[in-house]
Design a protein around this ligand. Structure first.
Ligand SMILES: NC(=O)c1ccc[n+]([C@@H]2O[C@H](COP(=O)([O-])OP(=O)(O)OC[C@H]3O[C@@H](n4cnc5c(N)ncnc54)[C@H](OP(=O)(O)O)[C@@H]3O)[C@@H](O)[C@H]2O)c1
Length: 327
């Protein structure tokens, strides 16, 4: 199958090239990609700051949605023509890509491939970090830093659907309003308000059971201060910096767990387990619209660099996608 894909000519030059996609191997699908999700890791990879694992394609792109074009041996549950969304081992910025069947979701009737491309990375990140590592339960309180991000916007809806109370941070009053409209019970504008004072005044001191933290840096100490006894703080990103000074006393006095993960670090079987749980426990909420991805903008595949610039600007709310049909 011929594909057009984005090649990293240099960190500031992404160009379209053409080659032939290899046939899907056992357990794999070839997908005619309609839309690909843009992720922060793609920007780091473009800049040479995110080493590509040996078993991954060097082509940018970690998630796609489109139509199954071919199935490899031993694939069950998928047929040519099915509408799917998948996490890929690189190679997503392309008009065709290979995906493992067990890293692929069949899209429900109500979800087109445009919305579908916004799902794999966000659903799996939130599932694994909030519900597996964070073990968030109904009735507990979740603090999400970056409530308006692709990840945060899905996290708010998944947590609310499971009966949790959600506190979120976002930058700017417009984003805060949109985060509240997604279902967050309390939103702090981290640019305008002192995070710790605002949350303490609102009665959240010592009451946060789980933190989904993509901020890191100085927010780490705040997370420990705000955490409830037996709280779980899960780091998925370091938008405020990778280093923090923390009060270990908070950890021992409250029996806190400070952990984190990356999707690539989950490994093939960890990701497959996550997708299996998402299929059985989350996709019904996606089908009903209870958990709905928010797409900020869709740019042509050839404008991948502009899509990265948009993400780096921070002006977006939700996901940025590439239209790979125009490749
Ligand atoms: N560990 C994993 O498995 C995994 C998987 C996927 C993504 N991630 C990470 O999760 C984060 C979100 O990913 P995404 O794709 O959803 O990206 P995104 O849509 O670009 O979101 C980035 C978020 O970070 C917030 N942010 C930026 N600078 C900040 C600062 N100085 N202080 C506080 N918040 C700040 C932004 O808030 P405002 O726009 O409101 O300012 C925005 O909500 C990224 O760090 C990404 O690398 C991790």
């Amino acid at each position: 199958m011929q594909r057009r894909y984005i090649d990293i000519a240099s960190p500031e030059a992404l160009t379209l090239k053409t080659d032939t996609l290899q046939d899907p191997g056992p357990g794999e699908l070839a997908i005619a990609v309609e839309y690909a999700g843009v992720n922060r890791a793609d920007i780091l990879q473009r800049l040479g700051l995110y080493p590509v694992p040996d078993d991954a394609s060097p082509i940018l792109g970690l998630e796609v949605a489109g139509l199954v074009a071919a199935t490899g041996a031993d694939v069950e549950g998928f047929s040519v023509g099915d509408r799917v969304a998948a996490l890929v081992q690189g190679g997503g910025y392309a008009s065709a890509a290979l995906a493992r069947a067990d890293h692929t979701l069949l899209l429900p009737e109500a979800i087109d491939t445009r919305l579908g491309a916004a799902l794999p990375e966000a659903l799996l990140t939130v599932w694994h970090n909030v519900f597996v590592l964070g073990a968030l339960q109904a009735g507990e309180t979740l603090l999400i830093h970056g409530g308006g991000s692709g990840i945060g916007s899905i996290a708010i809806q998944m947590a609310k659907a499971r009966g949790a109370r959600v506190v979120a941070t976002a930058g700017g009053s417009e984003k805060c309003q949109r985060v509240a409209a997604l279902g967050a019970d309390f939103v702090v504008d981290y640019r305008e308000d002192a995070l710790i004072d605002t949350l303490q005044s609102a009665g959240f001191a010592g009451s946060i059971d789980v933190v989904l933290d993509m901020a890191g840096g100085d927010f780490t100490a705040h997370n420990l201060q705000l955490a409830a006894p037996d709280g779980r703080i899960v780091c998925i990103g370091v938008m405020r910096g990778p280093k923090a000074e923390i009060d270990l006393f908070q950890i021992l006095m409250k029996r806190l767990i400070l952990t984190g993960s990356t999707l690539r670090g989950l490994g093939m079987s960890g990701r497959a387990e996550g997708f299996s749980a998402i299929n059985s426990q989350v996709m019904a909420e996606v089908a009903s619209g209870r958990v709905a991805p928010h797409v900020h903008d869709v740019l042509p595949l050839s404008e991948a660099l502009a899509a990265h610039a948009l993400m780096q600007s921070g002006a977006h709310f939700g996901k940025i996608l590439l239209d790979c049909r125009t490749a």
